[in-house]
Design a protein around this ligand. Structure first.
Ligand SMILES: NC(=O)c1ccc[n+]([C@@H]2O[C@H](COP(=O)([O-])OP(=O)(O)OC[C@H]3O[C@@H](n4cnc5c(N)ncnc54)[C@H](O)[C@@H]3O)[C@@H](O)[C@H]2O)c1
Length: 482
């Protein structure tokens, strides 16, 4: 018997006796995940029991939602501005490692005629923000490695956490989010804005209405050339964090934009779940070359010239428990038009958004533009008819960012469950470390942990009706700089 198997079985038998008095530690969860390497094909992994089911959980209503923002780089200030338009929101705190970014973000509040927020800065200023008793929701727009520590600390300090994508970088972090959200009964929402884009919402609603029959296969991606303008730009990501992420990690580094909307179409964590995946990456054919070119022109880039970079294109194939498949791709380093693919293929219809134009087919040919317009009229869900036009005016990726923020606030103010819960955050984010693991093992199949610990079988899909909500209004829009 292999020694790790012996150790696992010992822990399992100890764990069974101890379950009634103590819940599994993260160490046990990690071991359970290790077991999923298929060394023990007949044994079920033991993740312990769910502490509390956060799927469908409605937190007590908050009349006002007092927000503290952490991370005011390229993404954060836009979120501050969007929230400044929403009635019932109070922006109480602004935080960034760099104090000048905080000062600059105050201008957004001044322009909106709102009171200035309390300022926090430095490497650890965010902890004091999370500890403040003037805040209900911590909204996180920092580099990936800080998402889980900040979300966990926020929840432990009795705040709801909303974090930019991806919510976690490792399987341990995924479990930390799940465990903390369940134990504190605080929401942990990953801000997957692509779930709120107009075509994605149309296809999701059509799937819900049975127009696609049984969804069989889906595809999503993040294909966006960030290399020269962002990754190797000294004035883009703070302290070059995103370029550093591309060194030493080889897999799908950014899976959730493509995955979130199609996972919702497949009721992942709510009737089905990700079972296992296999992942393959190309070699790197561009990043090291760019690093060398940049280093030849500017000494700043010299430390990056001798590094190994992740393969340009990663393709991951996920199989669900119900036998469906999802293909997810990631490439941010070759020149090609932006694409999240967004393909949903069912027994009665198929939809695809990228490359454009958006289209739907019920047979061999795509329907005409006028027919698609009719589908938009008939099947756009209530959230779009209610807030879609205002969202387009506010902007943020064509309006989807505002729809997401408005819905988050409206749910919190009306005590409604959030559309995306901690299990979605964990499962969608887990594709990053799991794809890396599969790539490192010559595309070996890797199991996806069941973050719901069994409740995926009975959890209900999120409510698309707006029932019990839609009471949150929007202030008169006067865009910054206009
Ligand atoms: N959903 C989307 O469409 C979308 C779009 C862009 C970025 N993002 C995500 O948003 C996040 C931020 O990206 P970005 O482009 O703004 O990056 P950025 O580097 O421009 O901003 C990150 C900010 O976090 C700050 N920060 C770093 N360490 C900190 C600390 N210890 N305490 C407080 N602040 C700290 C940095 O100073 C910087 O201002 C990333 O997770 C990114 O993936 C999402």
């Amino acid at each position: 018997m292999k020694s790790n198997r012996r150790k696992f079985l010992r822990n399992l038998s100890l764990g069974t006796g101890a379950l009634s008095i103590s819940l599994p530690s993260l160490g046990t969860l990690r071991q359970a995940h290790e077991q999923e390497n298929r060394e023990l094909p007949n044994a079920l992994p033991d993740y312990g029991k769910q502490h509390f089911n956060m799927c469908g959980y409605a937190a007590p209503k908050l009349e006002k939602v007092r927000i503290g923002f952490i991370g005011l780089g390229m993404r954060g200030p836009g979120a501050v501005e969007r929230m400044s338009f929403i009635e019932g929101v109070e922006i109480k705190a602004l935080c960034d490692k760099y104090p000048d970014r905080v000062t600059k973000a105050q201008e957004i509040l001044v322009k909106a005629g709102l009171p200035k927020a309390k300022e926090y800065s430095g490497n650890e200023g965010w902890k004091a923000l999370c500890e403040s008793n003037e805040i209900d929701l911590v909204y996180i727009c920092t580099p990936w490695s800080l998402h889980t520590p900040m979300s966990v600390y926020a929840m432990k300090n009795s705040k709801h956490a909303a974090t930019e994508v991806s919510a976690a970088k490792t399987i341990d972090e995924c479990w930390q989010l799940v465990e903390t959200s369940e134990k504190t009964k605080k929401h942990c929402m990953m801000l997957e804005n692509c779930c709120y884009d107009f075509f994605e919402l149309l296809t999701l609603n059509m799937v819900r209405q049975g127009m696609f029959g049984e969804v069989v296969h889906a595809e999503g991606a993040y294909l966006h050339d960030l290399s020269k303008d962002y990754l190797f730009n000294k004035n883009a990501y703070a302290d070059m964090w995103r370029l550093k992420e591309n060194i030493g990690h080889n897999g799908n580094l950014y899976p959730t934009h493509g995955l979130g909307p199609v996972a919702q179409c497949m009721n992942i964590n709510r009737g089905d779940k990700f079972d296992h995946l296999t992942s393959m990456s190309t070699n790197d054919f561009s990043l090291k070359n760019i690093a060398k070119e940049m280093a030849a022109q500017d000494d700043f880039f010299k430390p990056y010239a001798d590094k190994s970079y992740r393969g340009n294109m990663n393709t991951t194939l996920i199989k669900t428990n119900k036998g469906k498949t999802i293909m997810v791709q990631h490439d941010v380093s070759t020149p090609r038009p932006y694409s999240r693919i967004h393909l949903v293929s069912g027994t009665k219809a198929v939809a695809q958004k990228w490359p454009g134009p958006e289209r739907i087919a019920f047979g061999h040919t795509w329907i005409k533009k006028e027919e698609l317009d009719e589908l938009y009229k008939k099947y756009s869900p209530p959230i779009v008819t209610h807030i879609g036009e205002i969202a387009k005016e506010v902007g943020g990726h064509g309006g989807m960012d505002f729809i997401m923020d408005w819905r988050l606030i409206d749910c919190l103010r009306n005590g409604l469950p959030l559309d995306q819960d901690v299990y979605d955050a964990a499962a969608w984010s887990s594709i990053m470390p799991l794809s890396e693991k599969s790539v490192a093992a010559k595309s070996k199949s890797v199991d996806v942990p069941d973050f719901t610990r069994g409740t995926w079988k009975t959890n209900k899909p999120h409510d698309m009706t707006l029932n019990g909500g839609a009471t949150t209004t929007v202030r008169k829009i006067s865009k910054q700089g206009s």
